[in-house]
Design a protein around this ligand. Sequence first.
Ligand SMILES: Cc1cc2nc3c(=O)[nH]c(=O)nc-3n(C[C@H](O)[C@H](O)[C@H](O)COP(=O)(O)OP(=O)(O)OC[C@H]3O[C@@H](n4cnc5c(N)ncnc54)[C@H](O)[C@@H]3O)c2cc1C
Length: 416
Amino acid sequence: MNFSDAEIVIVGAGIAGYAAAIAAAKENKKVLLVEKSDAIGGNATNSNAGTVCGAYYRTFSETPRLAGYHFSTDFINKLLPFSDNKKAINYHNGLFIIPYEWSFLQENLEQELLENGVLVMKSTEVIRVKRNKKQITNLFIKTNNQIIEISPQIIIDCSGNGIIAQLAGLEMISSANYQSASQIFRVQQVMSDNEFSLNMSLKKAMLSLIHSSGLPKSFLSLSVVPGSLKKNQADFKITLPEIITDDKEVNFKLNIKAKTYVEEIFPSLTNMVGSLKTATIATIFPQLGIRILQRSMGKYVLTETDILSCKKFSNGIAVGTWPIEEWNNDGKLTMEYFAPDAGYMIPSDCLLSYELENLFFAGKNISASTKAIASARVMGTCLQTGYAAGKLASCSSLESRENMITLLNRELVSNE
Ligand SMILES: Cc1cc2nc3c(=O)[nH]c(=O)nc-3n(C[C@H](O)[C@H](O)[C@H](O)COP(=O)(O)OP(=O)(O)OC[C@H]3O[C@@H](n4cnc5c(N)ncnc54)[C@H](O)[C@@H]3O)c2cc1C
């Protein structure tokens, strides 16, 4: 397939873009997936989020129950045998998560895209769009220093920040600022096999450094990504004190500053934490982990109330099971829970542009309030919204789309 033949273009190859591409390809569509960076996976691999959240219902029973489609369950079942524990780990307060190795995930996403005939263009960025009253008519993509114009029938925006709606001048869902960002880095020669005691030592060292050297309070958040301590290496996550806004230039500079922060504090850690005495930094993951940015406005905006009341919609096309999770600028984490063994539904209208007929959304770019996306942004949920967007975008008429919504909803309800 040539890129100009694409019927559906998916913007952003994060976990949502991957799911959307596979779903559309399985409906025999010609799919082009464009990704601005040089790698597949978005936050999941380039920031190394490190664990899949939101794949299971929160529960206090021994065995957690998977939520969502067969597609998302299959994804998890493929991942599990390769995670160290071979099963989900009980992280906190009935929440189950699956640690994964970023390189394994990246290879598998890429392989599956290839096997399903999806054309993937990396280092390729959508920079401009042309539209009429009802549709996006053309996309301008920059690749190899060339600008190419294409005119797909459908666009699924999985960019994580509603880039297509922004470029089309549509109304966005935004806030003056968002929850804080974190930088993840891998450390080797860690002389500990106990995550809890390593976390305690990190806290103690950071507390002392914050008092003695005036480091920002948010650095007290420094901790091991759950399940990542193995074979004398671990992934560490640190929250930055900076305010996150939609300003692209500021965020670009912050991505660089985050690496400097890590390089500056690490020598003190090796002096203060016994098990890090000979430790070195193996990798500072390339993409700063910005959790939330602006989103596209859909036909419905998912709210905090929908989430906390576990609202069901007859056009529900994804099940959210993760609480509202927010990190503030002091590195403090707040979780707002809903009932255990329950989930809320995301209606299909959160995936459809309020104005343009051929524009769909998925992942952390769905139409949701800033509070609501703090729950729906986790990978278990992004997989489902991505899958649903791919399916809906493949329908040739409004009637077949309605039928598809019914089918998707039935599958979710029968798996509840
Ligand atoms: C620090 C941190 C820790 C996290 N921890 C967890 C966790 O433990 N478990 C969990 O489940 N979730 C976690 N998350 C959330 C989760 O990783 C993300 O919300 C999820 O992966 C988002 O997927 P996505 O596909 O919607 O977007 P993204 O992963 O952001 O992917 C969007 C992609 O679009 C590309 N793009 C953007 N603009 C353009 C353009 N103009 N043209 C082409 N491509 C473009 C980007 O380069 C990117 O690759 C974490 C997030 C952060 C930041």
